[in-house]
Design a protein around this ligand. Structure first.
Ligand code: LMR
Length: 396
């Protein structure tokens, strides 16, 4: 019956987690998947989340279905976090649905775009998170790449990127990373965003901004610069967001898809179609994570506590970047490790080649994604020297 079914080769990131868990070596270090671990190598439960859960558990709640579009106070919190101060928010021009993480938002957005802009091709950065391509292709879109990462400068090939965008047909879709680019950690500057979004506007392109690491770059609002700018410029922009990392709620699948529309009437129209999209895939989203997230976002003391916690996570990531830079620069004086401190967010494109990555895994039980992407949020004071030694060994 199923002999013709083609096996799934496995996911380059999730497959690595399985391999890591099965590795019996005590010294193993997981720098593969994009998960923030604390100084003790544990998945944190933020105090803000713990307080919201305690309050919610104090009184057992009936468990009805949420509406197709999700919990109203959660959706409002998503909008306020992403579009603080934007006129589009007051003007009711943003359609937001609660989604199953950022991936669910990408899927809903991809389905919508493919249905209503069937000829639009989608372009993702070279490189990008592998699943971007899969999700859009899975929705039936044709997916290409635009120039992005410059290995020579460990920067962005900005002129090539602009030239490429300038040559695209109107209504082409651009998957953009507003902050903490995954996998490279290399972001655009504000000036570059201004220039790029002017081209997007002039060419009539459709930006789709995927923000999964808000707060891990320069700050919660700072990291949303490109989103604010696009909304202020009157662009129609899709935004997928996730609370997996910044609330440490990975398994609750808390995300959102927001579409900034030209008018409030169009926002209503788009929302209605997104609801239909939800209905025909999974009917309505899960409730628990949305209640917890909404409580943290909308309760002033919890919100303050969370903002402090995000700042602490950001600070720890930066400290680890600095320490890795210092240690490796000392060990291998001829080499330039500037990129560890220039990049933003959880990820660092280390420039290690697949053979070196494999050696790290085989000889040292240090796990990085095959592309050379390292999740620096998996480093801590106890493992960083070991990792630096291992990296230095494979680089020599
Ligand atoms: C990652 O890039 O490691 C994360 O976004 C987790 C995932 O689902 O791949």
């Amino acid at each position: 019956m199923f002999g013709h079914v083609e096996p799934y080769a496995g996911d380059p990131i999730l497959g690595l987690v399985e391999k890591f868990l099965n590795d019996p070596r005590a010294e193993k270090v997981n720098l593969g998947i994009g998960i923030y671990f604390d100084e003790n190598g544990r998945l944190p439960v933020p105090a803000s989340v713990a307080a919201a859960e305690k309050a919610r558990a104090a009184e057992p709640q009936p468990r009805s279905y949420l509406p197709m579009e999700g919990l109203a106070e959660y959706r409002r919190a998503v909008q306020e976090l992403l579009f603080a101060g934007c006129a589009a928010l007051d003007e009711g021009r943003i359609a937001t649905v609660q989604t199953l993480g950022g991936s669910g938002a990408l899927k809903l957005g991809a389905d919508f775009l493919h249905q209503w802009f069937p000829d639009a091709e989608v372009y993702v950065s070279d490189p990008t998170w592998d699943n971007h391509k899969s999700i859009f292709e899975g929705a039936g879109c044709t997916v290409g790449t635009y120039p992005y990462y410059d290995a020579e400068t460990v920067g962005v090939r900005f002129d090539a990127m602009l030239d490429f965008f300038n040559g695209l047909p109107e209504r082409s879709v651009l998957l953009l990373h507003p902050c903490c680019h995954n996998p490279t950690g290399v972001d655009l500057s504000r000036d570059q965003w201004d220039t790029l979004l002017a081209v997007v506007k002039q060419r009539g392109l459709i930006p789709f901004m995927d923000i999964a690491y808000q707060g891990f770059g320069d700050g919660l609002q700072e990291d949303a610069y490109a989103i604010h700018k696009a909304a202020e410029m009157g662009l129609t922009v899709f935004v997928s967001n996730s609370f997996s990392k910044n609330l440490s709620l990975y398994g609750e699948r808390v995300g959102g898809l927001s579409v900034v529309c030209p008018t409030a009437a169009e926002a209503e129209l788009v929302l209605s179609r997104l609801k239909f999209g939800v209905r025909r895939i999974y009917s309505s989203p899960p409730a628990h994570g949305a209640f917890i997230t909404a409580a943290v976002m909308n309760t002033p003391e919890l919100r303050q506590s969370w903002e402090n916690e995000v700042a602490a996570m950001r600070g720890r990531i930066r400290a680890m970047r600095q320490k890795l830079y210092d240690t490796l620069s000392r060990k291998l004086p001829g080499r330039n490790f500037d990129y560890f401190i220039k990049q933003r967010g959880m990820f660092s494109y280390t420039g290690l080649n697949p053979v070196q990555v494999q050696r790290l895994q085989d000889e040292f039980a240090v796990y990085l994604v095959g592309s050379g992407r390292m999740c620096v949020a998996g480093l801590n004071e106890s493992n960083i020297d070991y990792v630096a030694d291992a990296v230095a060994a494979v680089l020599q």
